[in-house]
Design a protein around this ligand. Structure first.
Ligand code: ADP
Ligand code: MG
Length: 263
């Protein structure tokens, strides 16, 4: 896996400095993903008992897009995010992520797929309290088969990028809310996922930390062409997105794939 920094303005990919030497002759990972659909969901239905939560949602999200998902409490935003993130299965409908049809994957393939392709950021960071920031960030890399040196190198670069180098050996309880959330974002990024799915990421932050978090999402998109789907109640965060998808009565308004695609 190679770390590239994507400079959107000149549509070029350049490596993180420390990996520049390793890159020659390797496949250009990010270039191979350019300008393509990252998520395509069609006709997603989901009920819990008699409660019909999602009634046929279709959407398409392109690489590098930031899409917000809004709607009343209980509208089904988290349910949709879980289905897009392969944490839950739809009753009906299909989800394709980065070219793979999810329903065709076995349980084992699905968990590997999830670990490598999808980064999750939740309202409560879900960092493991007994591990340091560095160790928490490394966990998905270990699961993906990276050795300690490789995982540490990636995590250290991310910590540096996120201005957290001085906090790397701290446990979550010794970090501020904003720092904890940045560590969670680094953990979500370490395997260079096709998409980051965030569920109320600023819901537990003060307003300054929320503004910083929003700026960070924009910076990650600018530098890495990172794709985001962000469920939020925060009007500023929703407005910052390229598109806002509103779930009402189990549907996205104008919910066809064509109408919900940026292109
Ligand atoms: P939102 O994130 O928009 O607030 P959710 O997707 O969490 O809404 O929930 C949508 C509806 O589905 C709510 O009424 C919720 O109580 C219900 N629900 C969500 N998950 C489950 C579940 N696992 N079992 C039963 N009901 C659920
Ligand atoms: Mg929710």
């Amino acid at each position: 896996m190679e770390f590239h920094v994507r400079i959107q303005a000149c549509r070029q990919t350049v490596p993180f400095p420390s990996e520049a030497r390793q890159q020659q002759g390797k496949k250009d990972y990010l270039c191979s993903l350019n300008e393509k659909t990252v998520i395509r969901a069609e006709n997603i239905h989901k009920s819990f008992g008699n409660l019909e939560v999602l009634k046929g949602i279709s959407l398409e999200i392109s690489k590098g897009e930031i899409v917000s998902v809004v709607g009343a409490s209980g509208a089904g935003k988290s349910t949709l995010l879980h289905i897009l993130g392969t944490l839950d299965k739809p009753d009906l409908g299909t989800v394709n992520i980065d070219g793979s049809e999810i329903s065709g994957l076995s349980e084992k393939s699905l968990s590997d797929f999830r670990n490598s392709k999808i980064g999750f950021v939740f309202q409560f960071h879900h960092l493991l309290p007994e591990f340091t920031a560095l160790e928490n960030i490394c966990i998905p890399a270990y699961i993906a088969g990276n050795g300690k040196a490789e995982a540490h190198q990636k995590a250290t670069e991310l910590l540096d990028y996120l201005n957290l180098s001085e906090r790397m050996h701290h446990k979550p309880s010794a970090l501020s809310g904003g720092e904890q959330q940045r560590v969670a974002i680094a953990r979500a990024l370490i395997n260079r996922p096709a998409v980051i799915l965030a569920d109320e990421p600023s819901g537990n932050l003060d307003s300054n930390s929320s503004v910083e978090l929003h700026a960070l999402f924009m910076k990650l998109r600018e530098t890495f062409d990172q794709t985001f789907v962000i469920v939020t109640h925060n009007k500023d965060l929703a407005a910052m997105a390229d598109r806002e998808l509103r779930i009402t009565d189990g549907l996205i308004k104008g919910g066809s794939v064509a109408e919900n695609s940026a292109i």
